[in-house]
Design a protein around this ligand. Structure first.
Ligand code: 5AD
Ligand code: SF4
Length: 435
């Protein structure tokens, strides 16, 4: 690598989950604190951070085509940093495969980016995939300006070891950030403009403080903060749905009636092979309890089709489960073998054509479920948190308590909570009328 002038502008591109979105925002703040400014829209940045996702093969391969696309006509490229979970999993491999990359930095080490940039400017490439004891959270600059709906990472990592999943390897063991740090950061977010905070973690409901208090304690503390109107959390594991958290859904009005609780499959044999450590029945019992606590709760889930050994009949159990639960939202994926995970070498890998067919069938069921949920909302009145302007003059976009996208026209501003009547439903959004 040849020395280059210090970068003046940056762009951070985040892929994958909301935790990556959060990390991307924090990296942007870190670069801004170094005096590097965001590249104006449509203009090339001096420094590009690709904040990558490793969860499925397609997502992981994308980084190499993205790197290729950054090359200029004269063969040069901006300074490129690869961050996120591909960086963590394939650090040295990226260096070997992509000579135009000068920095590779894992999700627990990105607070060290400024030093890596200084090295890159002098022509030295670097890889940092440490999971250092001093945490990035202590080293990062304070939050300054955020939108009305902000993310707050409270927990990282995973100890569950589902047999298909790379997360325990890319994000490490489960750790919870300290209660007082989170209260501090939440205050900063509110001061910076947040009206809604979504607590994030790979297993967010596994969060514990020093005295083993669960996520509901954090939710209660946030609910007591004036200025904050809404609290959400994602993503959860069924085994960590404690009584205390269920009670928070009943007792804390600011906790929104929405629960993303992935089940992955509707068949017990498949769940066992996935090492999910819950059954279809125990999952359904949790849903019964949460509905008892909060009758209007909107449910969401993740599903994998074509897990090794999944038969047609076992897949049909998943479709049945979807029809039975009535999800408000869902994400479904074809199984993707990930290097180093137990499922990748299991017998009975399902052919792509079969997975394609199953995914189509499942998505049809999920779309029907989502449309039915939205249609059942028509006629309801609710509050919408206004997040941005719509496509048309005077139109605004925001979210209902049930995380539906709602558009309406009229007098409003970003960050307002407005009362609307839901008047029309599509599969992905609703029209509202200001009341
Ligand atoms: N293949 C397909 N989907 C996966 N997920 C996680 N690992 C894989 C994989 N190897 C899905 C799960 C998880 C979501 C974030 O991604 O459904 O809940
Ligand atoms: Fe993707 Fe998982 Fe990393 Fe999120 S934590 S970016 S879903 S691999």
């Amino acid at each position: 690598m040849r020395p280059t002038p210090p970068p003046r502008t940056y762009r951070v591109k985040s892929f994958g989950c909301q935790m990556n979105v959060y990390d991307g925002e924090r990296m942007a703040e870190l670069l801004a604190a170094e005096g590097i400014t965001p590249a104006p829209d449509g203009e090339e940045a001096d420094l590009v951070v690709l904040n990558t996702c490793h969860i499925r093969e397609k997502a992981a391969e994308k980084v190499y085509s993205d790197i290729g696309r950054l090359r200029r006509e004269d063969g040069t490229a901006p300074l490129i940093a690869v961050a996120g979970c591909v960086a963590q999993a394939e650090g040295e491999e990226i260096m070997a495969r992509a000579p135009s990359v000068s920095m590779v930095v894992g999700p627990q080490a990105y607070h060290r980016l400024p030093g890596m940039i200084a090295d890159a400017v002098e022509g030295r490439r670097s890889v940092d995939t440490d999971m250092p004891a001093e945490t990035k959270f202590d080293a990062l600059p304070a939050r300054r300006k955020v939108g009305p709906s902000a993310f707050l990472t409270v927990q990282e990592g995973c100890d569950k070891f589902c047999t298909y999943c790379v997360v325990p390897y890319t994000r490490g063991a489960e750790i919870s950030r300290p209660f007082s740090d989170l209260v501090e950061e939440a205050k900063k977010l509110i001061d910076a403009g947040a009206r809604e905070i979504t607590l994030l973690g790979q297993n967010v409901n596994a969060w514990r403080d020093d005295s083993n208090r669960g996520l509901e304690k954090l939710i209660e503390a946030l609910a007591a903060m004036p200025g904050l109107a809404r609290i959400r959390y994602t993503t959860s594991h069924p085994n960590d749905m404690t009584q205390g958290l269920l009670e928070a859904h009943r007792d804390v009005p600011k906790l929104m009636p929405f629960l993303h609780l992935p089940v992955q499959s509707g068949n017990d044999r498949v769940l066992k092979a996935m090492n999910r450590s819950h059954t279809v029945d125990s999952y359904l019992r949790i849903l019964d309890q949460v509905r008892a606590a909060r009758p209007d709760i909107a449910l969401s889930g993740d599903f994998i089709v074509g897990f090794p050994g999944e038969t047609d009949a076992e897949f049909e159990d998943t479709v049945k489960l979807v029809e039975q639960v009535g999800y408000a939202q869902c994400f479904s994926f074809k199984y993707s073998p990930r290097p180093g995970t137990p499922a990748a070498t299991m017998d009975g890998q399902v052919p792509m054509a079969v997975m394609d067919e199953r995914l189509q069938r499942l998505q049809a069921a999920l779309n029907a479920s989502q449309t039915a949920f939205n249609q059942a909302s028509v006629g309801k009145r609710c509050q919408v948190l206004v997040e941005r302007r719509g496509r048309y003059d005077g139109q605004w976009l925001g979210k209902s308590p049930w995380l539906q996208s709602v558009h309406f026209t009229g007098d409003a501003a970003i960050g307002d909570l407005v009362e609307v009547e839901l008047v029309e439903a599509g599969p992905n959004s609703l029209a509202g009328r200001l009341v």
